[in-house]
Every structure is written in C-alpha cells, then in structure tokens.
Design a protein around this ligand. Structure first.
Ligand code: 4NP
Length: 159
C-alpha cells in the first residue's frame, strides 16, 4: 500500500482538497493507497475543511467527509511514503525537520505534473471563488501526475 500525506499551512483549504482529489482518482485508478493531510500550523486544528473548499470540490464530485484539520508532527515521517507540500514555504518546514532515517519522497505535489510549469498551489484563503477553482485545477494535474508516478515509478538503470 502506498501512503501519501498532503501538506499546506492551515489544513483547511489546499491539502484537504488534494486528499479528496487523490482519494477519488487513486480509487478510480485501482491503486492500493492511503491518504491523509496536515498543516504545518495548528491554527485550525480540529476544524472541518473550509466551507468554500468543500463547496467548490463538491461541484466536481469530490468528497470531504471525515476530514479534520491537524498539525503535521514528526511521527508522520515514519507513517508515509510520500509527503507532498503545496508550496515552497511548507516544503521548507518538512525538509528542516526531516530525520536522516526518512526513506520516502518529500517534495511539491505540482512537480509531478509534467504538463505544467507552475510549482506552487497558491493559498486561496483570502481569495474569491476563482482562487478555489484554480486550486482544484492545479491539484487535479498534480494528482494525475502523482498517480502515474505511483503506478510506474521511474526504474533504475540495470547495469
Ligand atoms: P491552507 O489555507 O493552508 O490551504 O489550508 C490557509 C488557511 C488558513 C490560513 C492560511 C491559509 N490562515 O491564515 O488562517
């Protein structure tokens, strides 16, 4: 089973959306996966995803039941194969605390999207509806690339 953790700042907008999109598309692709999300801050701990993230996600058929914001913790390095941040700032936090023993993948979700040069999912918290649609567009591309990667990880040359 491949275990994936999505990371943003508050764990109420971007990473819960990535979790919902990934869960649906991974199931559709027939992959054996587990997904979760967390924030580098604990500001919204215990809260459900932002109602705007839910509203925009639901329109595209994504489901957010059972999601509750939590803060990333060091134990997460031992729980997941992929820990993927929505932007560089949050990635820096993940890199700064990473133990030497971590053998998984830490990076930006959008780096899995070969069709798009955008590397960060912009924070939509203070934006209007367009911001939430943009988050979905970017995350869908990143998730599709991630699923391709999980299905067929780049093989090492066999000398
Ligand atoms: P997220 O968005 O990191 O995508 O969950 C944010 C949510 C809340 C805040 C910032 C970003 N905030 O400043 O409270």
């Amino acid at each position: 089973m491949t275990k994936v953790l999505f990371i943003c700042l508050g764990n109420i907008c971007r990473s819960p959306t990535a979790e919902a999109v990934f869960r649906q598309r991974a199931a559709y692709a027939g992959l054996d996966t587990m997904a979760d999300s967390a924030g580098t801050s604990g500001w919204h701990k215990g809260q459900p995803p932002d109602s705007r993230a839910i509203e925009h996600g639901l329109r595209r058929g994504y489901r957010f039941e059972g999601q509750t914001a939590r803060q990333f913790e060091n134990l997460d390095y031992g729980r997941f194969d992929y820990i993927l941040a929505m932007d560089e700032k949050n990635l820096a936090v993940l890199r700064a605390n990473m133990p030497d023993t971590f053998s998984g993948v830490i990076g930006l979700l959008l780096d899995f999207d070969q069709q798009n040069d955008v590397r960060e999912v912009p924070d939509p918290y203070y934006s209007g509806p367009d911001g939430f649609e943009r988050v979905l567009d970017l995350i869908e591309g990143g998730v599709d690339g991630l699923i391709k990667h999980i299905k067929a990880p780049v093989k090492k040359a066999n000398f």
